[in-house]
Design a protein around this ligand. Structure first.
Ligand code: SAH
Length: 539
């Protein structure tokens, strides 16, 4: 009988991709996705350790699933990913009903391990070596990267995919747990990356986002030839049928001139660069062990803006890092006010066991102060983001249409209408989905410009997955709104299509749901799949 899997993914794009790969592997063994935990034979949590909050959420979810497991003792409960690697035995100490604990470097073993558990073999723990647990080679080998077939059903959308350029991280920023839980940096071969991209494009993918912890540190040497990220972009740009290429996350010091030139000159590469500054003060950057001064960051930003004046640059910031004074925080605030970031992801410092800051620097900024600073920085960034977006009013932007806006997705959930994927497949197959949704049905759709700005607009569902020109007419801090320029959308009488009962008028165009991006625009705006991802900070 078919077994059913329910998987919840938290954390970054790496985790979204890992979940896609795990699901693909299990589906090849006959598993299907469950829509609720109640109908699942196995419940997996693909976890994040970057901040305490992400771990707390998983431990509370484990508390809830315990009750279901009491009803159905055969239910397999798995904790995958970074928290599994970080907490190891501790996971089962805190939640003894967990059957599987599998680190990010051991995910290829999941199908076999589930079979073992189902066969009555008892709980299993599979993790990689600690960063001090052996030679670099031995540690690297214990973080195995596997490249199984992809599974379109688990992607952000059917026409967008993440492609990994490298696993792990060697930067060891003082606050960050990633190098400890994801192991040493290991690049994938350019030929493997290009072959995977070609395959995705053949399956209908139009946009690829390359992901690595510090993606622009990519380096592959083979037979005397070294391939860097700029070279990789040249290879990918040449793939027929691919429309857009993005890459995250960039490390400021590795933003070299050849990479900037590649972004400027290659037509498919998005003019969007996520280059986290983390802080505005040299003293704090030193305590964070970031390896650059704010002067060097600004010099990099200057080079970037000189080459690509309209490039959208985004950043991450940590507030309340160990010892952060008011004056030091002010430097971050000043940076946000002047650097014209498209948006910033702002995090309150969360001490992580195993990191240098945890061991050597007290977490001495009170929570209330962290909150105030977080709020002040968010407000400053919102003003800057709004000013940046207002510049787009009156322009025409090319948009890759991703699906329903958050507002219409909620509306659909309420009326049990089909999902964007179902509507898309209805459009592809030219068949009628339930609830009389047709490819011509008008909805509020969302997509992104070449510079990664979110745009909402009213248009028929058949435009999902296509590139369309949109005339921008309104702007909020986190998104733009407009009209499809080619008249396709206007061919449909808007009034009766928008109202659920035929009585309410269509919403105003500028009635945008700002939550579309607040808190996570790096991530796909609408994580899809029956039970995928919530908060998604930078990879
Ligand atoms: N390798 C990626 C990021 C990893 S985590 C990069 O270099 O950008 C994503 C973001 O979370 C980081 O950029 C940082 O701003 C934030 N972060 C990481 N560790 C944190 C911690 N201990 N507390 C609060 N925020 C943290």
């Amino acid at each position: 009988m078919t077994k059913r899997l329910w998987i919840e993914t938290v954390g970054c794009q790496m985790n979204v991709l890992d979940s896609e790969l795990v699901v693909a592997a299990l589906r090849r063994q006959g598993w299907e996705l469950a829509h609720t935990t109640a109908e699942a034979d196995a419940v997996f949590y693909n976890t994040c350790s970057v901040r305490q909050h992400a771990e707390d959420k998983i431990y509370s979810a484990l508390g809830r699933i315990r009750l279901e497991k009491q009803q159905r003792p055969g239910l397999v409960v798995g904790v995958l990913g970074c928290m599994a690697q970080k907490d190891q035995e501790l996971v089962r100490k805190r939640a003894p009903w967990v059957d599987l604990v599998v680190g990010p470097g051991q995910l290829h073993r999941v199908p076999g391990l589930v079979d073992d558990v189902l066969a009555g073999g008892g709980p299993r723990l599979e993790v990689s070596l600690d960063r001090t647990g052996g030679s670099r080679q031995a540690i690297a080998q214990s973080f195995e990267s596997y490249d199984p077939d992809r599974d379109p059903q688990m992607r952000p959308t059917p026409f967008q995919a993440f492609v990994r350029t490298q696993t792990g991280c060697d930067k060891f920023c003082a606050f960050c747990v990633v190098p400890h839980v994801r192991g040493p940096e290991q690049a994938r071969a350019p030929a493997t990356i290009v072959a995977e991209a070609r395959k995705l494009v053949a399956e209908g993918c139009r946009e690829i986002t390359l992901i690595g912890q510090t993606v622009n540190s990519y380096r592959w040497s083979d037979g005397g030839k070294t391939t860097r990220l700029a070279d990789l972009l040249v290879l990918l740009d040449a793939i027929d049928g691919l429309d857009r290429i993005k890459f995250v996350t960039n490390y400021p010091r590795d933003m070299t001139d050849d990479l900037i030139a590649a972004v400027r000159d290659l037509p498919k590469v998005s003019h969007y660069l996520h280059v986290p500054a983390q802080h505005g003060s040299d003293a704090v950057l030193t305590r964070m062990k970031r390896g650059y001064s704010i002067g060097e960051y600004m010099e990099m930003l200057g080079r970037l803006r000189e080459a690509i004046p309209h490039a959208a640059v985004t950043s991450d910031f940590i507030v309340g890092f160990c010892g952060e004074t008011d004056a030091e925080f002010q430097t971050t605030l000043d940076l946000v006010r002047t650097a014209d970031f498209k948006n910033s992801f702002i995090f309150k410092y969360s001490p992580r066991p195993g990191t240098k800051a945890f061991d050597r620097q007290p977490d001495d900024v009170p929570e209330t102060v962290k909150k105030e600073r977080n709020q002040a920085l968010l407000e400053a960034q919102a003003e800057v983001s709004l000013a940046g977006n207002l510049r787009f009013i009156g322009t025409r932007q090319q948009v890759l249409v991703e699906g329903l806006s958050v507002r219409d997705e909620r509306r659909q959930a309420k009326s049990a209408a089909p999902s964007a994927e179902q509507a898309k497949s209805a459009a592809d197959e030219n068949t009628l989905a339930p609830e009389a949704t047709t490819p011509e049905t008008l909805a509020q759709l969302t997509g992104r410009t070449m510079c990664d700005r979110i745009v909402v607009f009213d248009a028929p569902l058949r435009l999902i997955g296509r590139l369309v020109d949109v005339d921008i007419q309104a702007a909020g801090a986190w998104s733009l709104a407009g009209d499809v320029a080619d008249g396709l959308a206007k061919a449909i009488p808007i009034e009766h299509l928008f109202s659920e009962d035929g009585s309410s008028p269509p919403p105003a165009l500028h009635d945008i749901d700002l939550k579309t991006v607040a808190g996570g625009s790096l991530a796909p705006s609408r994580p899809s799949g029956p039970n995928q991802a919530d908060s998604l900070p930078g990879a």
